[in-house]
Design a protein around this ligand. Structure first.
Ligand code: 3PG
Length: 295
């Protein structure tokens, strides 16, 4: 019988401590080998990506925590994003509990050259962990855990959810709606301000994502415009005034390098054919050369 720790989360070292599983640094292979053996001094890459266009983005409706899927255009955006990051290492994926972010993560990973299978980790119950375990070391080597967390959900837009953004601006004025959408501490009616969203999203990032990066693991987060704005505000040390002008397009990946406890923004990788996509660091270029040699 598998030791208890391998019974949950198919041997990725996930321990079902509570409903919100405690995620330990991911050891991909029990024999310690992995695509990139983590060293404390190593650099890790962090990819942030806002979901592709959703059906309510297309209708220009406030979405927040309403769970709507991608449009065909949003699917294409997710696939294009995957092509941009296809040669950048990814060991673990974090996403929200909303389908538009999960679809984006899965579609992007279909383009990855390493061809590992992203598998959603089920932590809604101990039985869910037990019933979703993987009994093959070889299969585990070819898998990437996808951890879903409500803390990464889009900010909750309260009584604006479902309203048309233009009609709302016509009714309340452009300035008021802009404050609701982009200010740091002004919440929409009975909704979350960006500050309130940061209290959960940034806390989750610090508690669950940073340990992975510190252990030398490469991470992708597929989430939402405002939950990511709150995280980027932290990474880029933006003021509450500066964050007002921070806008994230749908489906455009952003790359950070994490090294010695610091985050260095490296922009958005361009297509896989451009040399610059992995010229950000020597290690990324080496990883790409390794993929080239595997062809
Ligand atoms: O929740 C929404 O409506 C969008 O995902 C983000 O909306 P915003 O750009 O108006 O904050």
């Amino acid at each position: 019988m598998y030791p208890i720790r391998q019974q949950f989360g198919f041997g990725f070292g996930f321990v079902c401590a509570s409903r919100s599983s405690v995620v330990e640094p991911v050891q991909l292979h029990s024999n310690g080998n992995s695509d990139h053996t983590p060293k404390k001094s190593s650099e890790s890459s962090l990819i942030l990506i806002r979901h592709g266009e959703s059906l309510w983005n297309e209708k220009n409706l406030f979405t927040g925590c309403v769970d709507v899927p991608l449009t065909p255009k949003g699917v294409e955006e997710a696939i294009e994003a995957g092509k941009r990051i296809c040669s950048i290492p990814i060991d673990v994926i974090f996403t929200s509990s909303l389908i538009r972010a999960q679809m984006t993560a899965m579609l992007a990973m279909m383009q990855h050259r390493r061809k590992k299978v992203p598998i959603i980790v089920h932590n809604e119950s101990e039985q869910a962990h037990l019933w979703s375990q993987v009994y093959s070391e070889e299969t585990r080597k070819q898998s990437i855990p996808v951890i879903t967390a409500w803390q990464l959900n889009e900010r909750m837009y309260g009584e604006l959810q479902g309203l048309n953004k233009q009609e709302t601006a016509d009714r309340f004025g452009n300035e008021q709606v802009h404050k609701w959408r982009r200010s740091y501490d002004i919440p929409p009616p009975n909704g979350e301000s960006l500050e309130m969203c940061a209290e959960r999203a940034v806390a989750y990032f610090k508690e669950h994502v940073v340990p992975q990066l510190t252990a030398g693991k490469h991470v992708m987060i597929a989430a939402h415009g405002n939950s990511l704005r709150s995280i980027i505000m932290q990474l880029d040390k933006l003021t509450s005034q500066e964050v007002i002008s921070l806008e994230l397009s749908t489906g455009i990946p952003m790359l950070y390098i994490f090294k010695e406890g610091k985050f260095i923004r490296r922009g958005s990788p361009v297509g896989p054919s451009e040399a610059s996509v992995c010229a950000y660091t020597r290690k990324l270029a080496q990883y790409r050369q390794k993929l080239d040699s595997m062809v």
